[in-house]
Design a protein around this ligand. Structure first.
Ligand SMILES: [Fe+2]
Ligand SMILES: [Fe+2]
Length: 232
């Protein structure tokens, strides 16, 4: 039985060191750029930013995988969690591409930004993974805020509450009657989960004990939807 996800919308990690302050400052700068570029075009904003959001999980998974191979040690569940995050962000993208269509200029921005962001994030993760995870934690705090704004646009009638795309209904196990509003709610819950996971990973790298149960991969997704093309 489907029930609306309950999440804490107010979580904010207060910066405690230079690494955190850098991560927060960098995030606020990118937020300003995104607000300037997209204004209230939330569908387009979601598409472009989800192409970026799907990068850190795969970078983190790759580098942790290689580290565990080199050191012949257990990953404490990090790799699977980070891979699920990358896959989940890609499913956000596959969902919103059914709702809005990016312009040619946005497609060019996506290609350029992917080169720069992948290389920059990879190098940052090699040098300081705790800062890399903190940045993602702050990105996800902003994503929760952005999807709350998108929700308000729908609720106040400025964005049409169209039927949910088929792929979203299957991936999130939504009812047949689900709408875009339901999709934005579950996507926002995913972003809140990524927020908590990445802040927790950064905390653990800072030597703080964390609850591994709370940061396990999100159980509500139907992951078979992610490999449907392979299975078809
Ligand atoms: Fe996302
Ligand atoms: Fe996210």
């Amino acid at each position: 039985m489907y029930s609306e996800p309950t999440i804490d919308l107010t979580v904010h990690h207060k910066p405690v060191n230079l690494s955190d302050r850098f991560a927060l400052g960098f995030t606020k700068l990118l937020r300003f750029c995104a607000d300037t570029f997209f204004a209230k075009r939330y569908g387009h904003r979601a598409i472009v930013l989800e192409t970026v959001a799907a990068v850190p999980g795969m970078v983190g998974a790759t580098l942790n995988h290689l580290k565990c191979l080199r050191r012949m040690q257990d990953d404490r569940g990090w790799i699977r969690t980070l891979m699920e995050e990358a896959e989940n962000e890609r499913m956000h993208l596959m969902t919103f591409i059914e709702v809005a269509k990016p312009t040619l200029f946005e497609r060019l921005v996506i290609v350029g930004v992917q080169w720069v962001f992948y290389i920059a994030f990879f190098l940052l993760y090699v040098v300081t993974p705790r800062t890399a995870h903190r940045i993602v934690g702050y990105f996800e705090e902003e994503a929760v805020i952005s999807y709350s704004h998108y929700l308000a646009e729908i609720d106040e009638g400025r964005s049409p509450n169209v039927p949910a795309p088929e792929i979203a209904k299957r991936y999130w196990k939504l009812p047949d009657t689900a709408t875009l509003r339901d999709v934005v709610l579950v996507v926002r819950a995913d972003e809140a989960h990524h927020r908590d996971v990445n802040h927790a990973f950064s905390n653990e790298l800072n030597g703080v004990a964390i609850d591994h149960q709370a940061i396990a991969p999100c159980p509500v997704h139907d992951e078979s939807v992610c490999i449907q093309k392979l299975a078809a």
